[in-house]
Every structure is written in C-alpha cells, then in structure tokens.
Design a protein around this ligand. Structure first.
Ligand SMILES: [Zn+2]
Ligand SMILES: [Zn+2]
Length: 187
C-alpha cells in the first residue's frame, strides 16, 4: 500500500493514477483486517495528492452477545489529502508559491498523511484508521443472534432453553410460590 507519487507530483493538476488493492491484510490497534479489496485513486491537486478509495474488508472477532467467533464485512469510502514533505515539487508546478513560509497551514503536520521526501505515499495508516472508524462498536455473529441465556448460560442459537418461556422474573419466583399456596387456599 505504498505508492511512489513522484510522477504525479511533477505532473499537472488533475493528473490521476488508479491502483487496485487485492487481498491485502492489515493489523491495526489490535484488529486484524483481511481480504482488503478495492480501487484506490490518487489525484494531483494544487498542493497535495487527493486519495479516494472504495474498500471492502473482512475482520474477525467475538460476537458481543454469544461470544462465538464472528466474521464481519466492512465497507468504507476513504477520502484524504496527502501533503508532500518535499514542498519543492509542488512549489515548482503549483500555481502559487507566494505565501510559502507565511501560511499557518504549515503548522499542521500529520505524519500519517504526509508523502515522504522520497515521494512515497503510504496508505497503510490512513486506510487503517478509515477501516477502524467503519467497524461497529459491537460485533455480532448474525443480526438476530440470540446470545447467551443469562439464567442457564447456554448459547441460545444452539440450544433453546426453557428459561425464556417462563415469564416469571426469578426475583419473584418465591412470591409466585406464595400465590400458588394462596390459590390452594381459595380452593
Ligand atoms: Zn452471536
Ligand atoms: Zn436458559
């Protein structure tokens, strides 16, 4: 996921390149993302390279309801600006370099979105963050996962326990017994 963009930076505004990610894997913040696929488009803008990517990926984790292994498909549309560390290239062909050294924008420096002095654009961190942002807070093995029974702890996707059939809250079970005695009394 590292591209040499020297050609783009020395080219004309609006020049673009298209790359294809095929079955790439990525580890980020403890998440393992696999089968990363999709087109990546790099376009030369005034002072940067504009990156757009439509990415699909797969990740694994434990289902937050039943704790069984779950596979999750992630889709993300990434869009970022990558600025060159080597401003000379864009400075030469850029339409304006009058404000070099005086712009407050120079104070903003994000290493993940910086093209190296050698003109390499590394998509790894930016794409990883985009994918992380697309992950749901809770992974589910399936949308209607029944989870684990809080009373008898069976996986309710596999075993249908009878706990749920009883509408009596366990805290009231004792009272239910009293009611039973009461009923007997009425008889
Ligand atoms: Zn589940
Ligand atoms: Zn149960």
């Amino acid at each position: 996921m590292i591209y040499n963009v020297a050609g783009l930076l020395t080219g004309n505004l609006g020049d673009s390149e298209q790359h294809e990610l095929e079955n790439v894997s990525l580890e980020i913040d403890g998440h393992s993302l696999k089968e990363i696929n999709g087109p990546v488009r790099l376009m030369r803008t005034d002072q940067s390279v504009h990156v757009t990517a439509e990415i699909e990926a797969v990740t694994n984790g434990a289902c937050s309801r039943c704790l069984e292994p779950a596979t999750l498909n992630v889709v993300v549309n990434m869009e970022e600006e990558y600025s060159p560390a080597n401003n000379d290239l864009v400075g030469k062909s850029g339409k304006s370099s009058n404000n070099v050294g005086s712009s407050d924008d120079d104070d903003y420096y994000d290493p993940a979105l910086t093209i190296t002095e050698q003109n390499y654009l590394d998509l790894t961190e930016g794409l990883g963050q985009a994918l992380l942002g697309a992950l749901p807070i809770a992974i589910l093995c399936k949308e209607d996962c029944l989870g684990i029974c809080p009373l008898c702890t069976v996986n309710r996707n596999i075993i249908q326990c009878s706990c749920a059939e009883s509408s009596i809250d366990p805290r009231w079970a004792g009272l239910a017994g009293l009611t039973g005695k009461g009923a007997k009394f009425v008889d």
